[in-house]
Design a protein around this ligand. Structure first.
Ligand SMILES: [Zn+2]
Length: 430
């Protein structure tokens, strides 16, 4: 037997060492040792080999627009939405596409090969929808992209949002979104959840709503979302993004809410980088963190995937497409510091988010799509600690990104000539 590509000697996320044999776009063998001909062999000895990073929540229509036409002075969600409203009339099809494709290059270099991006449907031109549908087609051979129809200005609050959101779905946008906490009243928010879930059920689509992205403990649209998921038979196909109000909710209410979410199989997508900067802006001190209750949701059996949300846009002035940054921040803010919890944070930017997106072909298993990342780390927790370099990225059997391992030279008498920040680098391992 021969392979197009063999990745040799890598350490898999479960700690085992294995060679991975790839032919065409598919993983054909995972064995302790593969001795066979190959078109190319990648030496991954001592390095972590994982399935690709997955971002279940992003805004690719806004990315890399930082500073256009100005920056967000207050740093709040609401000024971000207002600023996006100023930017929207200035968008061109070409500029949206160019920025999105540039971002996809960053993503590939970071081993981020699956992205669920919301796209604003509150625009009569549907300019960003058209542009991102083209981007999705153009990157399909290296990035799994899902588009969410997102009525940014409110499904009822913007008089044309309903019509334009449906037009976007007709054009092939994959998932139904919403923003109930931005509607004019709690009742409008509740109704928007119901109607949007009905649209998804009618069309056989998944749902992913920006839900309760506030510090208001009475913002409880997640309850309606879970109720509708059960009522309409959408179990396992609905996600609530952000859910930051849960941080501030009454504990008794949450003790009733979490089992409802678990029963309805509603997933949660917290976005730790963006919410640690956006939430708590109306507080003095103590200042709330605003991240939703991640460990409690995991204990309740709710699937959780961390999203990145924003990179260099009206809401967030940093970001590099590095899902390890997201896991790092999530780990800290959720205080998930036990070895098992830190490991879980890695799963929340890989396998758990792939499950939320419904990526059936994802994972390091024979017969699955041959997409993987070789990281300069010994295990998943070390990858988070180091925000480890991606030494090699394989997408559908093709090597799409590579870099040399870079060691810092040290010029100090009596000390080693290079610095190694891995705890047990290959060769020094006892
Ligand atoms: Zn978002």
């Amino acid at each position: 037997m021969s392979f197009d590509l063999i990745v040799k000697g890598g350490r898999l996320p479960d700690g085992s060492r294995a060679d991975i044999g790839i032919s065409g776009q598919t993983i054909r063998a995972i064995e302790a040792s593969i001795e066979a001909e190959a078109g190319r062999v990648i030496d991954a000895a001592g390095n972590l080999v994982t399935p690709p990073f997955v971002d279940p929540h992003f805004h690719m229509d806004a990315t890399l627009s930082y500073g256009i036409p100005r920056i967000n002075a207050s740093g709040t969600l609401l000024e971000g939405i207002a600023l996006w409203g100023e930017l929207k009339p200035l968008l061109t099809h070409e500029a949206v596409k160019e920025r999105a494709l540039a971002y996809c290059d960053w993503a590939v270099s970071m081993g981020l090969l699956a992205i669920r991006t919301h796209v604003d449907t509150c625009d009569n031109r549907l300019l960003a929808v058209e542009a991102l549908l083209e981007v999705k087609r153009e990157v399909a051979h290296y990035i799994d992209m899902q588009l969410v129809a997102f009525p940014q200005d409110g499904f009822y609050r913007d008089p044309k949002a309903r019509e334009n959101t449906i037009r976007a779905l007709d054009k092939g946008v994959d998932v139904v979104g919403g923003i109930p906490h931005f509607e004019r009243t709690m009742e409008d928010g509740r109704r928007s959840v119901t109607e949007l879930c009905e649209i998804a059920a009618d069309r056989g689509l998944m749902v992913d709503m920006h839900c309760d992205e506030t510090d208001d403990p009475l913002s409880r649209h997640i309850e309606q979302l879970a109720y509708e998921a059960q009522r309409l038979g959408l179990q396992g196909r609905v996600a609530g993004s952000h859910l930051t109000s849960m941080h501030s909710m009454d504990n008794y209410y949450v003790s009733k809410l979490l089992p409802l979410m678990a029963e309805a199989q509603v997933s949660a997508i917290p976005n730790p980088l963006i919410n640690i900067v956006l939430q708590g802006r109306h507080d003095t001190y103590p200042k709330r963190r605003g991240l939703t209750r991640v460990p409690e949701m995991l204990t309740a059996g709710i699937r959780v995937g961390f999203g990145q949300d924003c990179v260099l846009d009206p809401w967030y002035s940093l970001g590099t497409a590095d899902m390890l940054d997201v896991a790092f921040m999530g780990l800290h803010v959720a205080q998930m510091t036990s070895p098992a919890d830190m490991r879980r944070c890695f799963d929340m930017v890989t396998a758990e988010s792939a499950a939320i997106m419904g990526l059936a072909d994802y994972g390091l298993e024979v017969g699955r799509k041959a997409s993987l990342v070789v990281l300069d780390a010994g295990d998943p927790v070390e990858a988070i600690r180091l925000r480890a370099e991606r030494l090699c990225v394989v997408a559908g059997g093709q090597v799409v990104a590579e870099r040399e391992k870079r060691a810092t030279r040290l010029n100090i008498d009596g000390r080693p000539s290079t610095v190694e920040r891995r705890l047990r680098p290959e060769g020094r391992c006892p």
